[in-house]
Design a protein around this ligand. Structure first.
Ligand code: FAD
Length: 389
């Protein structure tokens, strides 16, 4: 397989000189040749190859135009696997190519003021209207919603059945008058995310993903991909915040103390365990679908990043407390490496909340991985409309 793929890559690059083409045209050609995400089916940017073949592809395309995955993490990490898993051929045809090339950015409209961890309790309503749906409600903490062309949306389509059964999953066109996006400034000073208000927003029925009432099942497909894409990336040794801290330790002997040495070593070991576990997870992913084990990786990543940024601020003392920039900005991506230790410390706080809080991930590990008794759920069989809110 490696040799056939190598020949294909060499031929593609001989026929498409990245220096002589518009970056977007190059990316479109790459998608059409099945060299975007090679484990996807033919016709949808892939060749139906094992997922690990992607490494060979990325190596060959080093230095060519990038589809900037840092700017479209929800599109690439969550929307694409969901569309592939439950979308119709027409939906895959329509959405996947501009998603992969980065022409269309995506966001996720799941959380609501009254429904974060208890996502199934959400109140945004979608009501049938001829060939489509009318949506009213409010979402919150929606990363990238101000830039996104499309949104993954879970809405209540049947309030008369218990909460998990009355949800449906849609793709919402963010460029319509019924959608208002307002920035939410966070502890770092930036506004990465937003509140999104939907007032009589319209969704054609052809933009529903999965069956009516199957929204919870589809949302779980997205959430498992989310946890894996946040926590399950195979990264090089000493990368991320740990790399920056280790560099400061090596280059600045005046910062060192025996206690700090022990802490750094312990973080280094944890980072290495997390990194190797992420590698194993990405290998097992190559063989199948993301499972609840991805929750363990997301949990480990969040805790490690917080512990490492805590340590960095302590190590650098007063210097660590200086803050570089607190004017309101709307960054394209989270910049852990490009900003200072104060920013890293504050931004890491979100790691144990975004994509499911650490407490919820522990519940998932307890119930679905370890098989421990489930949390007592009294509202499972009560129609959503009768639940206290
Ligand atoms: C940086 C960032 C980006 C985000 N981006 C998005 C996005 O793009 N789209 C989107 O839809 N959402 C997004 N979110 C929202 C995020 O998914 C929610 O904040 C998260 O799911 C928690 O929900 P909540 O804030 O309503 O907290 P709550 O659910 O109210 O929880 C409050 C606390 O109670 C704990 N808790 C609740 N229930 C239980 C339980 N059963 N057992 C034990 N503990 C429990 C929680 O763990 C938490 O500590 C983002 C959040 C952050 C921080």
């Amino acid at each position: 397989m490696a040799q056939v793929l190598d020949e294909l890559l060499t031929r593609f690059l001989a026929d498409h000189d990245p220096a002589a083409m518009e970056p977007l045209e190059f990316l479109r050609a790459r998608y059409d040749a099945g060299l975007a995400w090679v484990h996807f089916p033919e016709g949808h940017g892939g060749l139906g190859l094992p997922r690990e073949a992607q490494r060979q592809v990325e190596a060959a395309f080093k230095g060519t135009p990038s589809n900037r995955p840092d700017v479209n993490p929800i599109g690439l990490g969550m929307a694409a696997p969901t569309i592939l898993a439950v979308g119709t051929e027409e939906q895959r045809e329509r959405w996947l190519r501009p998603l992969w090339t980065g022409e269309d950015l995506w966001c996720q409209l799941f959380s609501e003021p009254g429904a974060g961890s208890d996502l199934a309790g959400l109140a945004t309503r979608a009501v049938r209207d001829g060939d489509g749906w009318i949506v009213n409600g409010q979402k919150v903490w929606n990363s990238m919603a101000h830039k996104a062309r499309w949104a993954l949306l879970v809405a209540r389509t049947d309030p008369d059945v218990p909460k998990h059964r009355g949800l449906s999953y849609f793709v919402l066109d963010m460029h319509q008058p019924g959608v208002e996006v307002r920035p939410l400034r966070q502890i770092t000073g930036e506004a990465e995310f937003n509140e999104v208000f939907m007032t009589d927003a319209h969704i054609p029925d052809t933009d529903r993903l999965g069956d009516v009432g199957a929204g919870w099942m589809v949302a779980n497909t997205t959430l498992m991909s989310e946890r894996v894409s946040i926590g399950g990336q195979a990264v090089p040794r000493e990368s991320g915040v740990l790399g920056l801290v280790a560099e400061a330790w090596r280059e600045r002997p005046e910062l060192r103390s025996p206690g700090a040495h022990d802490r750094l070593l312990s973080l280094w070991v944890k980072a290495e365990v997390t990194r190797q576990t992420a590698r194993r997870l990405s290998q097992s992913l190559a063989a199948g679908k993301p499972g609840p084990e991805g929750s363990g990786m997301k949990l480990a990543f969040g805790e490690l990043n917080q512990a490492t940024t805590d340590f960095e601020v302590e190590l650098l003392a007063e210097e660590g407390l200086r803050y570089d920039e607190w004017t309101m900005r709307r960054p394209d991506s989270v910049d852990f490496a490009g900003r200072g230790p104060g920013y890293r410390y504050l931004r890491a706080k979100g790691n144990s909340i975004e994509g499911g809080t650490s407490e919820i991930l522990r519940n998932i590990i307890a119930e679905r991985v370890l098989g421990l008794p489930g949390e007592h759920r009294v509202d499972k069989d009560i129609p959503w409309k009768d639940l206290p809110r």
